[in-house]
Design a protein around this ligand. Structure first.
Ligand code: BTN
Length: 285
């Protein structure tokens, strides 16, 4: 199995910073060993954003499931135009390239499948207190532990290329913990131990790639029920803030076949939504 960049890739990407592995090779190999075709994992010291780079490189032709992991991002991108803050020693930031024969509308469920894959990988590593928050956050004990940003590009073949960006807090250093203690969590256990980042990345790829294959075949609907069983807001009263800042309130009761959020309002009517930010609705508000 080959998890190192092949000799072709430097020729394909002449302008990038040279590969500089920062993850334990044996950890990665162990996890990737059970996949039928191992992805190429390209590790670099620092760049602006792994998502931005893959979107830039995509027209040159990327191998399917090419993974770009950066020890440090200087302009990490989050959802809705926000920045993604990470730590060179305590975070995992990477993007995975994939290609789909599906419409952009059908791909709206992809970020949810990815969040489910991250959850399943973390559960399999024994980190079972992680749940999903619609549409694609991972939460642990009320705080965010990982985020997913999928960006798509139409290919000349007519297919859609998807850059699946994942930022995961593995073991945040004390300064970051203090600054974000109310909003961020990481993977450490009560003794302060977290799995090695090479193991985590390998397990994530090992879990995600079969789910992506299944999504490519069958779309989102087969995942909807499982996703809801891990939803931190399931059957709770929530407020959805739309991109135009208006609010919708209701009980979080399910997902549509494309991954939209179904809310039931106090009058008992259900409505499906496809964007926005979700928060718990406090009693009396
Ligand atoms: C979110 O806002 O929750 C999504 C965050 C996604 C961050 C990851 S880190 C790797 C990849 N590269 C980026 O610039 N962003 C994504």
């Amino acid at each position: 199995m080959n998890v190192r960049p092949t000799s072709l890739l430097p020729a394909l990407f002449p302008t990038i910073v040279p590969p500089e592995p920062f993850l334990d090779e044996a950890d990665l190999q162990r996890e990737l060993g059970t996949l039928p075709a191992a992805p190429v994992v390209w590790q670099v010291r620092s760049l602006d954003s792994t998502n931005r780079c893959l979107l830039e490189w995509a027209p040159q032709g990327l191998p399917r499931y090419f993974c770009l992991a950066a020890r440090q991002q200087t302009a990490g991108r989050g959802r809705q135009g926000r920045a993604w803050v990470s730590d060179p020693e305590g975070s995992l930031t990477f993007s995975l390239w994939s290609v789909f024969d599906r419409s952009l509308q059908e791909l709206s469920g992809l970020p949810l499948v990815v969040s489910l894959g991250v959850l399943e990988a973390l559960h399999s590593l024994g980190i079972t207190t992680v749940g999903v928050k619609w549409p694609n956050d991972l939460w642990r004990e009320g705080r965010k532990v990982a985020g997913v940003l999928v960006e798509t590009t139409r290919l000349s073949s007519g297919q859609v290329g998807a850059v699946i960006g994942i930022g995961l807090n593995v073991a945040l250093p004390p300064a970051v913990q203090e600054a974000f203690s109310l909003s961020l969590n990481d993977l450490r256990d009560e003794a302060g131990q977290a799995p090695a980042r090479g193991t985590v990345l390998g397990r994530l790829l090992n879990t995600l790639i079969p789910l992506l294959e299944s999504f490519a075949q069958s779309g989102f609907s087969p995942f909807a029920e499982t996703w809801m069983t891990h939803c931190v807001h399931r059957n709770r009263s929530v407020t959805l803030r739309h991109p135009d800042q208006t609010l919708s309130q209701g009980e979080c009761i399910g997902l549509s076949p494309l991954g939209g959020l179904i809310l039931r309002n106090p009058a008992g009517d259900s409505q499906t939504y496809h964007g926005g930010e979700l928060s718990l609705r406090w009693e009396g508000t």
